[in-house]
Design a protein around this ligand. Sequence first.
Ligand code: 6PG
Length: 232
Amino acid sequence: MPCTRKEFSDQNTLTAALAEKIGALLSAGIAKNGRASLVVSGGSTPVALFERLSGLDIAWQDVGVTLVDERWLAPSEVDSNEYLVRQHLLKDKAASAIFIGMKNSAGTAEAGETECAQQLALVPRPFDVLVLGMGGDGHTASLFPGADKLQAATDLSQDKLCMAITPPVAPYERMTLTLPAILNARRIFVHITGEKKKEALEKALADGPSEVMPIRFILRQKNVPVTVFWAP
Ligand code: 6PG
């Protein structure tokens, strides 16, 4: 199944379209299975999307929400993805969503891996909707090129849900969903904005090793439909 690309004239139009699509998929999941799940990324790109989603009139009390990755910081710290999601998504109509974070009281992400996996196992899978971001270097979630654990985290023959990983350049030790966990989704959206990321996407869609631009692991797989949403 090839990945599909959708381009929008501006970020507001993209945000409205993506939020509407996500809402429809979550509602369909709830109608079919009684509950649904939404997995989101951190970073700056999803803030407007989170705001828009928080106003959607859907049965949020039946939606499990979690993260594709987390920086190993207290949830009260501004660089924590949980903090971001609590500030911008888990409010208004979405205040009743069931949030399951990745961070726990372990001193390091590595020490917190088992507990994190136990928590993540509470979120309904296959995930109904999983939204990824992408860095200019082609990283997605915390699957960074050159990371110590990149090979282990992208090994499709292992069944870990999450793995501690240290990016070679970006700050903080992280917890990331593994590639098999990311691909245990019904729909994946890659949400990117700006010309630089469009250039990075073109590069990722061209030939080259997946390890060099880990978003390629997502763009090249054939099992889960992937739609890339882009606006300038
Ligand atoms: C994180 C992420 C990460 C993010 C990209 C893009 O926690 O940082 O989940 O993979 O999606 O780095 O980040 P921006 O949206 O800030 O460009």
